[in-house]
Design a binder for this molecule. Structure first.
Ligand SMILES: [Zn+2]
Length: 161
């Protein structure tokens, strides 16, 4: 699933993720003894050689600037981070996949059968459970420019069940 992002911050030890419970409502204490407050602040996430800044809800220490993320805090930025990763890897964000598929007037099932990947592929792409390969992303980019070329593709794979 998700690879924990590298967090780049000027100070502090970076992200501590709470994995067992969602403590968004219980006020935690920072290791430094400082008081923590709920806030949403810009946080820089790195993937490969690129970075993205997302508004990250979390508990923030008023003394040392450390942050503490609950499970739901992590989930709040997960979709945007997954899309960012897809783009860095030469693929497409989920909303783009869906936009192009609709432009081609294909259901998710049809898209998987006609373009490849099988009938479940586009459901996975659009729910961000899987990132389209560069090859699939490139095919979608070309068809986005000229949807009429859909007719030139190989016949629908009937064996793809
Ligand atoms: Zn602190």
């Amino acid at each position: 699933m998700r690879v924990p992002p590298t967090v780049v911050q000027g100070k502090g030890r970076g992200i501590m993720t709470m994995t067992n419970t969602d403590n968004a409502k219980q006020k935690p204490h920072c290791d430094c003894g400082g008081e923590m407050v709920r806030d949403s602040r810009p946080m820089e996430f790195k993937y490969r050689d690129q970075s993205i800044t997302l508004d990250q809800p979390a508990w923030y220490c008023t003394s040392c600037g450390d942050s503490l993320l609950s499970v739901s805090d992590s989930l709040a930025t997960e979709a945007a981070f997954m899309d960012f990763k897809a783009v860095v890897d030469g693929s497409l964000p989920a909303a783009e996949v869906k936009r192009i598929r609709k432009k081609l007037r294909l259901t998710q099932d049809e898209a998987g059968r006609r373009l490849g990947g099988g009938p479940a592929a586009f459901n996975k792409y659009e729910k961000r459970r899987e990132v389209p390969s560069r090859a699939m992303a490139n095919l979608l980019r070309l068809l986005d420019r000229d949807p009429s070329r859909l007719n030139e593709l190989a016949p629908t794979d009937k064996s793809a069940v």
